[in-house]
Every structure is written in C-alpha cells, then in structure tokens.
Design a protein around this ligand. Structure first.
Ligand code: RP5
Length: 168
C-alpha cells in the first residue's frame, strides 16, 4: 500500500484538532494515507495558497477543511483547486451556525461539500473522502460496503437486545 497522502486535512486552528481527529480516524479505518495541517484562510493565507497549489502534484486527491466562526477556509481552498473539498463547520461560536453558513453558502461554480457541524461532520468527512477515492479503487469500495454491513448488523443486534429487555 502506498503511504503517499491522498487526503489533506486542514484545520483553521489548533483548537479544531480534537474535532478534526474524527476525520483522521475514519480515514485510518480504511487505510487511506492522509496528512493534517493547521492553516488559516485569514491568519496564514499565503501558506494555504502554497499548500493547495502544490497538492495535486504531491498526490492529494481530496481536501477536508475544518474551520469555525467566519469559516472561509474550505471555500478558499475550493477557489484554488478543482479537487473535491469537504467542509466541516466547527462549533467555535454561535453553536456553529456561523461556520455552517460560511462553509455551505458557496457561489455557483466553486463547490464545497459541506457536512454537519462538529465531530459527526468530521467523521462523515472522512467517510465521504473515502467514498470519493473509492470511485477509482474497487478494493476500497469493498471495504466501505463491508463496514456499512457490519454497522447495520451491530444495530440489528442492539435492537434484538432491546426487544429482549422489553420482554421484562
Ligand atoms: C477559526 O476560528 C478556527 O478554525 C477556529 O475554529 C476558530 C477559533 O480559532 P482560535 O481563536 O481558537 O485559534 O478560524
């Protein structure tokens, strides 16, 4: 298996690290190599520009960008690249609604695939990146389907246990 990162996880602040770790865990579950960085659309715009401009040549195929407040990071990355960008709104203020709207309301032609606020969104960003990569990787597609089936089976078992407990 190649260890060249295929996914770049970029977070706007180190304060986003615990939430964005969920994306990394999902990618690791499917053995997808990734790299993670702190870079800010507002505080380090030149670093964002340089990193995104060089990413495709390095092997990056999907960006995951997490940011809070006036969350322009995912949108700025999308403006600089035609690779898919998944945006994760952070709950850094206003329950994350500010970041959700800043991330999702992109102008036509520059898409950001925006997931839910916080940890569930970060986890789904990892899954969605895996699904995007699986369009050119049949083995990864098999792993994703197997994980879905295992997840469904686990829920069926929980339901069976609930029914048993209700019999009283
Ligand atoms: C955003 O502002 C970051 O993505 C973070 O979610 C939020 C707060 O950043 P810090 O002030 O904690 O660095 O840019």
């Amino acid at each position: 298996m190649t260890t060249t990162p295929k996914v770049a996880i970029i977070m706007g602040s180190i304060s986003d690290k615990d939430v964005m770790a969920e994306a990394g865990k999902a990618l690791a579950e499917f053995e997808i190599p990734y790299e993670a960085h702190v870079m800010s659309a507002h505080r380090t715009p030149d670093r964002v520009h340089d990193f995104v401009s060089a990413a495709y040549e390095k092997g990056i195929r999907v960006f995951i960008a997490g940011a809070g407040k006036a969350a322009h990071l995912a949108g700025v990355i999308a403006s600089l690249s035609c690779l898919p960008v998944i945006g994760v709104p952070m709950n850094a203020s206003l329950d994350g609604l500010d970041a959700l709207l800043s991330t999702v309301q992109m102008p036509a032609g520059i898409p950001v695939a925006t997931v839910a606020i916080g940890k569930a969104g970060a986890k789904n960003a990892g899954y969605l990146a895996a699904q995007i990569i699986s369009t050119a990787d049949a083995e990864l597609g098999d792993k994703l389907r197997a994980e879905r089936a295992a997840n469904a089976e686990a829920i069926a078992q929980k339901d069976a246990a609930l029914q048993e407990s209700l019999k009283g």
